[in-house]
Ligand binder design. Sequence first.
Ligand SMILES: Nc1ncnc2c1ncn2[C@@H]1O[C@H](COP(=O)(O)OP(=O)(O)OP(=O)(O)O)[C@@H](O)[C@H]1O
Ligand SMILES: [Mg+2]
Length: 456
Amino acid sequence: MSQTTRILFVDDEPAYCRIFSKRISADPRFQVETASSGPEALERLQRFPADIVITDLSMPLMDGIELLTEIKSRYPQIFILILTSDDSTAQVVKAMKAGAYDYLLKPFDFEMVERSIATILSHKAAVQAGLCSECLGDKQYCFENLIGQDRKMFEIYEMISQVAQTSATVLITGESGTGKELIASAIHAKSGRKDKPFIQINCAALTEGLISSELFGHEKGAFTGAVARKKGLFEQASGGTLFLDEIGDISPTTQVSLLRVLELGTFQRVGGSETITADVRLICATNRDLATAAREKQFREDLYYRLNVVSLQAPPLRDRKSDIPLLAQHFLERYCAINHKQIQGFTHDAMHLLCSYDWPGNCRELANIIEHAVIFSRSKVLDKDSLPSQIRPVERNASGLTLNLTSSTLADVEEALIRKVLVETNWNLKKAAETLDIARGTLYGKMEKYHLTKPT
Ligand SMILES: Nc1ncnc2c1ncn2[C@@H]1O[C@H](COP(=O)(O)OP(=O)(O)OP(=O)(O)O)[C@@H](O)[C@H]1O
Ligand SMILES: [Mg+2]
């Protein structure tokens, strides 16, 4: 970030512009410009690359939320503060959801204004300190492989930086596709263990019989097929980090074994008697509500507390919508590189669609949709027609189900509904069939018919 912070102040009342400009420009660290309307602000931004925009909410021509949305889609790196005389209005909530960083009350208290600006600057500095090398330069919104400059992501970056200095066990929770795996690898990369192995295992993918020998290893002859001694992941990850994904799915027996390692710091290979010391940082992740599962005795409570020494909650994408343009551009570059395509960006309508959708499948769903669009697009800019109908505007019908307005046939509606339920159940076919109230066989048939496959 440059030495001087550029601030664009937007208000239709000239007196406010004058007072703000006079007071804030008195500080040499700030360069201030003002605009009296949304369109004027957008024009000004073409030649004045603001770091922060402070805008009034209610203005003629274009209101603050419209301006905010427009700025976010054109200049995702800009931080936006909104001004309002009533902090209880639904408009404030709407603005925060649309990506405003914070709101300020009118008539404004300059100490508050300065505090808000200082918070933004310190967040930017914190993120810059943890920038990955490929993101150096003018991008100030990534941390290791994580992209995002929403306040919720800054909080995650800060927690990662702090927890990385320790060897505490970390539990990462969050919906599917929110970046739990990326958070785990960022903790490892920021820690003193970074030159040692980072080993990950998906607990849901292993049978109960296999998981103990995978984690703890086995001695020769421990069971049929154990033809030689094998080191488990706890040994392989020695000095480094072991990431247990989908921890909520481990069996009660494995829960006991894991609890023992966490309590004693030691374990034995399957069929062995040698006591081995585990020198690993454990990071676990789940998209299940483990606290409730523990309360309802579906997961050992003692283990839950041991795992949950530090907990990190990966925010759903719908709660940090201001990051959508950044992520969309990031995925566009990623898939263009992989597919040897040259697509510069998105049309305004396409970006508007991306920003309006709720993303039940979070970043993974966004990545998949952009990958698909990149593969099939023939133009230099992705337009809204290259985006699938599932992300078009939706309306609620009487039953509360979200249906697609653009769907014109029964088959379209059926496909949209099945897709929605699959995403919401994280492609758990049993749960999806139950929700849809159809037999599992029928669901398989429909998935085949509509070419619905779990994204990899
Ligand atoms: N903040 C982010 N910045 C950039 N890419 C992200 C971010 N969050 C997620 N992704 C991308 O989204 C996809 C899913 O991320 P990841 O596998 O970490 O999610 P997850 O929470 O572990 O999902 P699941 O619960 O299904 O295992 C990956 O392609 C990842 O690169
Ligand atoms: Mg994962």
